[in-house]
Design a protein around this ligand. Structure first.
Ligand SMILES: [Mg+2]
Length: 275
């Protein structure tokens, strides 16, 4: 059997949101301020002569990321490219190595692994399952984190957008899974993980660590079939659809494919199904 895992939110947490992105925006702002021809450099209407705020720089970064998602360009996750393009928009030159910033922040609490995830991986490895990681983080950003958390050796292959020239939920990134007939995919995104993998034949489990109380006492399957579970899935689908406004919205989404087989709030609940 093949078991593929999403990484962030399922097995680990990377340092981007709290550490890497703030370091990028702070550095870009610092570089902008050190320019002599600041006023000419950046003409965005909302920006005062004092220069762009870090929030405004973040908006530029996010817009570039989203434009690439819309264009189904896997480089939406290439933060080095996006940082470079953001610097160009700001009219500055910046040599920022994002992978270096990741490495600098590769110690807890900036990164973390989930204990239930580690336990499940160890358990699965003893059973000789083929374990894969399928992530939308580029290898140069994710591998240092996996290594620092000692999770890197758990996987036969780490499938990333830069290697497959695609990103979840595109079918192309799941092409890294060779035998799709006996395959589970575990992830925390209904759209990228559940929809992405189930339409290709995977059994899927949605990881929802902050499960509403009404669902905690149910079995992982009941959580999907119960009316509370359906409501939760609909809420999540609406929330994710608003965020992931790219080409897949044009595709007709099959609600059945948006439905995981299981909803778990702890990965140990998967053991009885992965046999
Ligand atoms: Mg995730």
């Amino acid at each position: 059997m093949i078991v593929s895992f999403d990484l962030d939110g399922v097995l680990m947490e990377n340092p981007f949101i709290d550490h890497v992105f703030p370091a990028i925006t702070a550095r870009l702002q610092e570089l902008w301020k050190s320019r002599t021809d600041q006023r000419a450099a950046f003409r965005k209407e909302t920006v005062e002569a004092s220069g762009p705020t870090e929030e405004e720089i973040w908006d530029i970064i996010l817009n570039k990321h989203q434009a690439k998602l819309k264009a189904a360009n896997y480089r939406a996750y290439d933060w080095d490219l996006i940082t470079k393009e953001t610097a160009e928009t700001l009219g500055i030159e910046a040599e920022i190595e994002v992978a270096e910033l990741v490495k600098k922040n590769c110690t807890p609490p900036a990164i973390k692994s989930y204990r239930d995830g580690r336990d499940l991986l160890c358990w699965l490895r003893k059973k000789d399952f083929l374990l894969l990681a399928i992530t939308n983080g580029f290898a140069k950003y994710q591998e240092p984190v996996l290594k620092a958390l000692a999770l890197d050796k758990c996987f036969k292959t780490i499938i990333t957008p830069d290697r497959l020239k695609a990103f979840k939920p595109e079918a192309k990134i799941f092409a890294g899974v060779k035998n799709k007939s006996d395959w589970w995919h575990i992830g925390d995104s209904l759209f990228m993980d559940v929809w992405g993998a189930s339409r290709l034949g995977a059994e899927t489990a949605l990881v929802k660590r902050d499960l509403p109380e009404s669902l905690t006492s149910m079995s992982p399957e009941e959580r999907v079939s119960s009316s509370e579970g359906q409501k939760l899935l609909n809420r999540l689908a609406t929330k994710e659809a608003a965020r992931q406004d790219f080409q897949f919205k044009k595709e007709k989404l099959n609600p059945e494919e948006m439905r995981p087989k299981l909803i778990v709030d702890n990965l140990k609940q998967l053991k009885k199904f992965l046999v």
